[in-house]
Design a protein. Structure first.
Length: 115
């Protein structure tokens, strides 16, 4: 890192390209990629889950299986809890990339919004 001595005080040059890329740019890009990927995988998962639900409803309509509302709610709550846990893990992991962690998390949410 570039350090400059002014009045016998050493400080980091916060506007150097090395500092900005290492502490802001790179974590933001990693967060952006992870957020974009998570959004696409969530959409894919919801598409497959919707197809499974439709298949279950059609099977129930033709008398092949019997599904109660309680079982359906339980499965949905379980899936929601898993997604929330995974999301919390990713945000915590991205926030630990830099000392402040804001650029990685901001990149994640931007990538999730764009994806």
């Amino acid at each position: 890192m570039n350090t400059t001595v002014i009045n016998d005080t050493s400080f980091t040059d916060f506007f150097s390209s090395e500092f900005l890329m290492g502490n802001i740019g790179t974590p933001f890009a990693i967060g952006l990629a992870v957020g974009y990927f998570v959004k696409k995988m969530l959409k894919t998962f919801l598409f497959i889950a919707g197809a499974v639900c439709v298949a279950l409803f059609v099977s129930e309509h033709f008398g092949v299986i019997s599904i109660t509302d309680t079982e359906l709610h339980s499965a949905a709550q379980s899936a929601t809890a898993t997604v929330k846990t995974s999301g919390d893990f990713l945000v915590n992991r991205l926030s630990s990339i830099t000392s402040k962690g804001m650029s990685g998390v901001a990149g994640f949410f931007f990538g999730f919004k764009v994806g």
